[in-house]
Design a protein around this ligand. Structure first.
Ligand SMILES: Nc1ncnc2c1ncn2[C@@H]1O[C@H](COP(=O)(O)OP(=O)(O)OP(=O)(O)O)[C@@H](O)[C@H]1O
Length: 644
């Protein structure tokens, strides 16, 4: 109808049509930005600033789990320096993240950052970075497995952040002060109040230091955060020292008090101090009275004499390594890995520990180097007790563990420089000491290669070079030559021979040749017990069976050759005879007769070639191990006797 009227009135000039179009509006980018920025501040702030914490804690736990931390400690790194280095690292990472975050937030005109005094913003973020770092130290001290820890800590942080964001829903009247015990709750309360404050007042920098200080609970929250960070540091050191974990020597729960009392009493009289130290060093002998009988079971007369020397003669000042009745049982294992080990090693001496797989060699080294705590007994390493003065022990020893503990991304030179700094090599001598260590294990051409690019044998050499760095009085080498070729092995032997001057070197090995060449003293152990101890010559004389005649028969005439040996040599010269193929034993007294007789070739037509050798260390080893086995398993005795 309207159209018809319009057409009539305006003679077809206008018509009314239908359609839809948007209403005109005024562009307001600022409001849009502010809403987004407010949202980001409320929800992304907490998440962005909190999720470095699980990462930090995981790094620390991985270092514990991978034994890097204990190896660094063994090389002289103390806990304070370790945490300080990580503190600087974590703070730097957080500051980078914070700068990125602040720049982004300012670009979208985040109300909190835009309207708050920049000095206050910087201080608040620094405080949060500091609290997160110390909190990660504390959380890391509670775990020993990184995977589990990472999961739990991520979950814990996520829940904390969600609860922090929901605090105004949970507490409509504002949270009680106890709520701020959790650092995440404290910090995000500050941010939230700041956000509200910033959006209410539209002046430049309305949230100044003075208005912040008068804000509800603001100073309380800051005080809480500061106090918590100090508490976290103290708890970290305490938990690290007392909480049982797989590696390291634990201290008693009351150590802060007992240590203080001890320190007081020790300063009261220096003379008494020296006396008490000697008594203390001796007192470890009384720790395992019960295992005494056990430890007497397996040893020979030398072992018993050695035990007596440890009790009466050896002085920690002159004998760098004294082991007294060391006993260790791994958790969950019924049988002890070490059952009362007692011996001493003087300076300028290389002692080889021999024993079949599972004899307890590595366990002994682990106890002496502080990787595990002994169940009973004690030892003194370079004058320091392994139960009470492990950090002193670490500063005076070097260790090459059985399995290489190296950082894949560091070069050979990086490793040696790092450890020479830990060992306190003076800065002017650092480069020289690194170059010398690298050259001594023939790794000069791999100097700048990352460890992940080295072969197993080359990695082994890096570990040995680390053990020999600095001025340590006792060096432990756990199977140093495993995986090395013959040439390099000889290089290592040269190194060991050179470094033993003014040192005590303890090495475990499966190579009898290595033990024979390197050792001044050899200790053979089986089933956690010391079976014999002495020089190579002494053991050969004691356990060897004189001389060995090796013969090669002409093809197919072995029986005839053996028969001729028995007929023509036995009645004349040989006092004992034992046949295992071409194997004959003779006493030293008949040696010249044997030579004389065998030189007459026509008497032995079936013998192609012959030679006489002295008993080897391997013979001694096999005898000791077989005898030890025989005492354990009766059927094996019958079988051995038959085969002979
Ligand atoms: N971490 C551990 N947890 C439980 N038992 C262990 C652990 N390490 C070693 N053992 C056990 O302790 C005993 C001694 O082991 P150890 O590694 O000290 O022997 P070893 O003489 O060094 O042997 P190998 O020559 O094979 O290195 C073995 O029975 C072994 O199974």
């Amino acid at each position: 109808m309207t159209n018809a009227l319009a057409r009539l009135k305006f003679k077809g000039q206008y018509i009314i049509s239908q359609g839809i179009r948007a209403l005109p509006y005024e562009l307001q980018w600022d409001r849009l930005n502010n809403r987004f920025a407010g949202l980001s501040a409320t929800y992304l702030f907490p998440f962005a600033l909190s999720f470095l914490l699980p990462g930090f804690a995981t790094i620390l736990i991985q270092e514990k789990e991978g034994r890097h931390r204990i190896l660094m400690a063994m090389n002289g790194l103390n806990n304070g320096a370790y945490y300080l280095a990580h503190y600087v690292e974590f703070m730097t990472m957080q500051l980078i993240l914070t700068v990125v975050f602040v720049v982004t937030a300012l670009a979208v005109k985040n109300e909190f950052l835009w309207n708050t005094n920049p000095g206050l913003v910087i201080l608040l973020f620094l405080l949060w970075a500091h609290v997160q770092t110390t909190f990660s130290f504390f959380l890391a001290s509670l775990f020993s497995k990184s995977r589990r820890a990472s999961l739990i800590i991520h979950f814990f942080v996520a829940i904390s952040v969600i609860l922090a964001c929901m605090s105004d829903i949970i507490f409509s009247e504002g949270p009680p002060f106890a709520w701020f015990i959790h650092p995440t709750f404290s910090f995000f309360y500050i941010v939230k109040v700041g956000l509200m404050h910033a959006s209410m007042i539209n002046n430049l920098y309305p949230w100044s230091f003075s208005s912040f200080a008068s804000g509800p609970n603001m100073l309380g929250c800051v005080g809480m955060l500061l106090g918590e960070s100090i508490l976290f540091v103290l708890l970290t050191f305490y938990v690290d020292a007392v909480m049982p974990s797989e590696y390291g020597v634990r201290r008693p729960w009351h150590f802060p008090i007992s240590g203080l009392v001890k320190a007081r009493s020790s300063t009261s009289s220096s003379t008494r101090d020296i006396e008490s130290k000697t008594v203390h060093d001796r007192s470890h002998a009384n720790l395992s009275v019960n295992s005494d009988q056990e430890s007497l079971d397996g040893g020979d007369d030398d072992v018993r004499a050695e035990r007596e020397r440890v009790r009466t003669k050896y002085n920690p000042e002159t004998t760098p390594l004294i082991i007294d009745n060391l006993y260790h049982c791994y958790p969950g294992k019924a049988e002890a890995a070490l059952k009362g080990m007692t011996f001493g090693v003087e300076t300028n001496t290389v002692l080889s520990l021999l024993g079949p797989n599972g004899a307890g060699k590595s366990t002994l080294i682990h106890l002496l180097t502080g990787l595990y705590e002994p169940t009973r007994g004690s030892a003194s390493v370079a004058g320091a007790n392994i139960r009470t003065e492990m950090s002193l022990v670490h500063s005076r020893m070097g260790v090459c563990p059985q399995h290489d503990i190296l950082w894949d991304d560091l070069t050979v030179a990086d490793h040696l420089l790092f450890y020479s700094r830990l060992r306190g090599v003076p800065p002017a001598l650092e480069q020289q000491s690194v170059a010398f260590a690298i050259a001594s294990v023939s790794l000069t051409r791999f100097r700048d290669r990352q460890v992940k690019g080295l072969s197993g044998g080359e990695k082994r050499r890096v570990s040995i070079a680390i053990a020999l760095l600095g001025d340590n009085r006792v060096v432990f080498l756990d199977e140093p030559s495993t995986g090395l070729d013959a040439d390099v092995r000889r290089v290592i032997w040269d190194v060991v021979n050179r470094v033993k001057i003014n040192r005590t070197v303890v090495l475990t090995t499966h190579s009898m040749e290595e033990a024979d060449i390197l050792s001044d003293k050899i200790a053979i152990m089986t089933d956690g017990l010391l079976r014999c101890i002495g020089t190579s010559l002494h053991l050969k004389e004691l356990y060897g069976s004189g001389f060995r005649l090796n013969i090669t028969s002409k093809p197919g005439r072995l029986d005839e050759a053996c028969q001729s040996i028995e007929e023509k040599l036995m009645h004349k010269t040989v006092l004992s005879y034992r046949r295992i193929d071409k194997f004959t034993n003779a006493s030293r007294s008949g040696l010249s007769n044997i030579f004389h007789c065998l030189s007459q070739k026509d008497l032995f037509p079936a013998v192609e070639d012959w030679g006489i050798t002295q008993t080897t260390l391997e013979d001694v080893f096999i005898k000791i191990v077989t005898d030890a086995d025989a005492t354990l398993t009766v059927p094996a005795v019958t079988q051995n006797t038959k085969s002979e």
